[in-house]
Design a protein around this ligand. Structure first.
Ligand SMILES: [Zn+2]
Length: 265
């Protein structure tokens, strides 16, 4: 059995009722560390020391600028005795980038802690460090190439396969991996009137979902407000109509995969 949950489901602009897109798997793996990561963990009543492993998709601020706050929280609050190791899988040269933003954010405070307690791994595939029963493959996707964009294919020992597309427009590397995936977490970055090849839009997601009708797509990184936020809409409260095999997820929505079926908890 695998559980995963959306600690945040918004794009960079923070639509009303959504933190930045953030996926938590089995309560110990985080995909990305957006600026709202610590707020998301707090809301979920977890600390950064509960997280064993972080997997970074690419180098846009809404996907990794929260990293220094997680290390800061571990060092001064949630793991003062430095008992925990934090594992980080990231694209090539990411170790230097993450050290750099930690030093920019808190000069002189975090680097030593990173040397002793953070384990970086830039390999493109293999076992997920720090947890049991998971393997991964990181693959290139189609997004601004200066941010070295990637998606992840996570495979559990039970056979369950989850793809996280990262930030991307339609591309062969995503499409060719869909068959064989049980669930695809896909980033829906912009509405249809925004003309960019670097994000999925409702129209392009609809095409993809219709091409793979047996696959369940969970759309996150949403551009639209959460219609149930109870607050005045900020960006757009108009959720697009999408095929039945696409679920537009909300913050704090949880799922379980057991006996070959996906359940909403
Ligand atoms: Zn991006």
């Amino acid at each position: 059995m695998v559980r995963f949950e959306f600690l945040g489901t918004g794009n960079a602009f923070l639509p009303q009722g959504r933190f930045h897109s953030l996926l938590l798997v089995d309560e110990e793996i985080l995909i990305d560390t957006p600026p709202t990561a610590l707020a998301s963990l707090r809301r979920r009543e977890l600390t950064s020391s509960d997280i064993k492993t972080i997997m970074i998709t690419h180098w846009h601020g809404d996907h990794f600028f929260g990293f220094p706050f997680l290390v800061l929280d571990q060092k001064y609050i949630s793991d003062r005795e430095a008992n925990q190791k934090l594992n980080v899988h990231c694209p090539e040269n990411g170790t230097e980038k993450l050290k750099e933003i930690c030093e920019l954010a808190y000069p002189g405070s975090l680097l030593e802690r990173m040397e002793t307690n953070v384990i970086f791994n830039e390999k493109p595939n293999g076992e997920i460090l720090g947890v049991n029963g998971w393997n991964f493959e990181r693959f290139e996707v189609f997004h601004d190439e200066v941010v070295d964009p990637h998606g992840y294919l996570l495979t559990h020992e039970s056979g369950f396969r989850l793809m996280h597309t990262g930030d991307s427009g339609p591309c062969e590397s995503i499409e060719s991996r869909i068959i064989g995936c049980d669930v695809v977490v896909i980033e829906l970055g912009v509405p249809d009137h925004v003309n960019t090849p670097f994000h999925f839009r409702p129209e392009t997601l609809k095409e993809l979902a219709n091409k793979f009708p047996k696959t369940m797509f969970l759309a996150t990184h949403h551009y639209a407000d959460d219609i149930n936020s109870g607050k005045k809409p900020y960006l757009s409260n108009d959720l697009p109509k999408l095929p039945d095999n696409v679920l537009q997820v909300c913050d704090e929505q949880k799922f379980e995969w057991a006996d070959g079926r996906l359940r909403i908890l």
